[in-house]
Write a protein that binds this ligand. Structure first.
Ligand code: FE2
Length: 331
């Protein structure tokens, strides 16, 4: 049973961070050399681990050396946590060992917020054994999925003394559609995200590249769709570039941000009063394909949009103050 729907006020005390990149030890040197440009790192504690399945038990084992390198770098810039392995949408229950890993990480490193993908990787067979999909599978946009996700999200909002964000993902099959016989409530992606935000206290990590992939693959207008989203709940944005496979855009973070995504970002920024951060996401393998210079150029482009954004926000807040003062005088 879902908690009663309320419009949650945005109560987010973290500072506006700026522009960051996901941490990987292959990118360690690049990040270290560009800390003037890179404002923060986004860390996925999963990457410091080996995931071992013994019988039906899944365990994460931390690699102390890799973790220590990241912790050393974190002394020079803020950290946010971005999870990969929770499987928040599994019908059989999420990956509790993953949460134990985040607990461990939280004891070693403070972070300003944490986030996880909207989807699942684990599914149980009838005999109780577990399957790992090997990639993130999307949730159906149904009432049943909402009922499963909301209590879990609300738990994550309270588990640490920092906010929690949920991230939109790509999907590769058409969603169910409502039929008179089906008796199932099915939303589109935007309505589903709005339902999640209405029934929980989390913020939204809007992955613009994922969203653009869905728009291209399923032929909808991303501008019209985003105009329906609760944009005041967007706290962080991801941008990335990927590849096209047989006409389908894939969310492989392996290249430069496509021009339409930059345009979407520029259009969207003035509409995001509570945005705190823009993260350029790139796989470690991309370092060798793209080279350092191209990666830095992507971050610099984010940074120049971020500077414009701050300017716009400062102007709009001074306009509001002026109109408040004039109203006060007139009264
Ligand atoms: Fe992302």
């Amino acid at each position: 049973m879902l908690p009663q729907a309320t419009a949650h006020p945005v109560n987010f005390s973290a500072p506006k961070l700026g522009v960051g990149i996901n941490y990987h030890w292959d990118l360690h040197h690049l990040i270290q050399q560009n800390l003037g440009l890179i404002d923060y790192i986004e860390v996925s504690p999963d990457i410091f681990c080996e995931e071992i399945l013994t019988g039906q038990e899944r365990r994460f084992h931390l690699d102390g050396k890799k973790l220590q390198d990241a912790l050393t770098l974190a002394q020079s810039c803020p950290v946010i946590v971005h999870g990969l392995g929770l499987s928040i949408g599994s019908a059989s229950g999420w990956n509790s060992d993953y949460l134990a890993l985040i607990d461990q990480y939280a004891q070693r490193q403070s972070f300003l917020w944490h986030s996880e993908h909207l989807g699942f990787t684990l599914a149980k067979n009838q005999d109780g054994s577990e399957n790992h999909a090997g990639l993130l599978l999307p949730m159906p946009f149904t009432q049943e999925a909402l009922d499963l996700l909301c209590p879990r999200i609300n738990h994550l909002c309270k588990r640490y003394a920092v906010p929690f964000l949920i991230e939109n993902t790509t999907y590769y099959l058409p969603q169910y559609s409502n039929t008179a016989e089906s008796n199932i409530t099915v939303w589109d992606e935007i309505d589903f995200l709005n339902q999640l935000l209405t029934h929980t206290e989390c913020g939204l990590l809007l992955d613009l590249y994922n969203f653009y992939c869905n728009a291209v693959n399923f032929g909808f207008d991303p501008y019209a769709a985003l105009a329906r989203l609760q944009l005041e709940r967007v706290i962080e944005i991801h941008v990335a570039g990927g590849v096209t496979h047989e006409g389908f855009l894939l969310d492989v973070h392996s290249s430069e941000v496509p021009e339409p995504v930059w345009q979407l970002l520029e259009w969207l920024l003035p509409k995001l009063p509570n945005l705190r951060a823009i993260t350029y996401e790139v796989l470690e393998q991309a370092l060798y394909v793209m080279g350092e210079e191209k990666i830095i150029a992507q971050i610099a482009q984010c940074k120049s949009l971020w500077a414009k954004y701050l300017h716009l926000m400062a102007n709009s807040s001074s306009r509001q103050q002026n109109s408040g003062a004039q109203h006060h005088v007139a009264a």
